[in-house]
Design a protein around this ligand. Structure first.
Ligand code: SAM
Ligand code: SF4
Length: 316
């Protein structure tokens, strides 16, 4: 599928739950959020049916996300179903807390890779960022289990927050190199926290360059990260700059399906197509395919600002 900008749309971010066992300050309110009723959430057979239609429409890569996707009961059963749809890549983003327990079953079910979010190597900083819900050790054990299960290359996402974890950028790079994972620093999108914690990509890069000269390896085609290397340390890493990069949306390939079956063409557009209501109302595959194509047609050229995001709900 091509949108009006001529971009090929072949990547679906699939949220399987709005629940989370962490309370990252940039994502969820600490008091928690009103959760959807169980009946509102797409059932596995509904997700698999839609996945088959997305595949027909030309989606080649699916990322399972949330909320925290590992909280969805029997997730490996869904992974096995999605794996049968024949996507080129089936990957998952997790906060890592439950990964040690589930990595083997996910790999056996056909998952290709995982991205794990880890914002600090210091327990007290991670506690401040996660609302006291996470331990570095548990996430590191999850990462090791993922590597052991072959869910590689493991990517680690670190949202950089000024005054909280920005002092750890060099240490995180050395840690990632030692752990055998690919680290990506992500600019904080000031949705909940406002601008005060925002650190632009150029400052992230400057912090990394205390380890040695940084050399740009360019932006991966159709991807969101700019890859950098520090040849003197044999380190490569990524920076994802949704806020400061004016070209960030240029190569966007994504659609998003929320856990309640809302199809979103862009993070900055909360209005979506209610595939669940149509499906439960008896729509056939051709009608659902038509809605997917319409969502692609409606994709904006660029984000109009992602200030009111509920990432745990839209599957950030
Ligand atoms: N719970 C899983 C996790 O944290 O990896 C998956 C869902 S989470 C919404 C997906 C990604 O969105 C995480 O890497 C998280 O760091 C990122 N994210 C959430 N809110 C963000 C924000 N305001 N700015 C930048 N990234 C954000
Ligand atoms: Fe949960 Fe992920 Fe949001 Fe953190 S970023 S609160 S782990 S959904």
């Amino acid at each position: 599928m091509r949108d009006r900008q001529g971009r090929e749309i072949d990547y679906l971010r699939l949220s399987v739950t709005d629940r989370c066992n962490m309370r990252c300050i940039y994502c969820m309110p600490s008091e928690g959020v009103p959760l959807y009723d169980h009946a509102e959430i797409l059932r596995f057979e509904e997700i698999e049916r839609l996945a088959g239609i997305f595949r027909t429409a030309g989606i080649r890569k699916v990322r399972i996300t949330g909320g925290e996707p590992l909280l969805r009961r029997d997730l490996p059963v869904l992974v096995a179903g999605l794996s049968r749809c024949g996507f080129d890549k089936l990957v998952l983003t997790s906060n890592g807390l439950l990964l040690e327990r589930h990595a083997g079953a996910l790999a056996a079910a056909g998952l290709d890779r995982v991205n794990v979010s880890l914002d600090s190597l210091k327990d007290e900083v991670l506690a401040a960022i996660s609302g006291g819900t996470a331990s570095v050790q548990a996430i590191e054990q999850g990462i090791s289990a993922a590597i052991e299960a072959g869910l590689t290359p493991v990517r680690v996402n670190c949202v950089v927050l000024k005054g909280l974890n920005d002092g750890e950028i060099p240490d995180m790079l050395l840690w990632a190199s030692e752990a055998g994972v690919h680290l990506r620093f992500i600019e904080h999108m000031p949705a909940r926290l406002g601008e005060a914690r925002f650190l632009p990509a150029e400052r992230i890069l400057a912090a990394a360059s205390v380890l040695g000269e940084t050399v740009s390896m360019g932006r991966e085609p159709g991807g969101v990260q700019t890859t950098w290397s520090i040849p003197s340390e044999d380190i490569t890493f990524g920076i994802v700059a949704p806020v400061s990069d004016p070209q960030f949306c240029r190569d966007c390939r994504r659609l998003r399906l929320s856990s309640t079956g809302l199809l979103l063409s862009c993070l900055s557009r909360p209005e979506g197509f209610d595939l669940k209501a149509c499906m439960r109302g008896g729509a056939d595959d051709t009608a659902l395919l038509g809605m997917i194509e319409e969502a692609v047609e409606m994709k904006p050229a660029a984000s109009t600002g992602c200030r009111n995001l509920s990432m745990w709900r839209t599957g950030g």
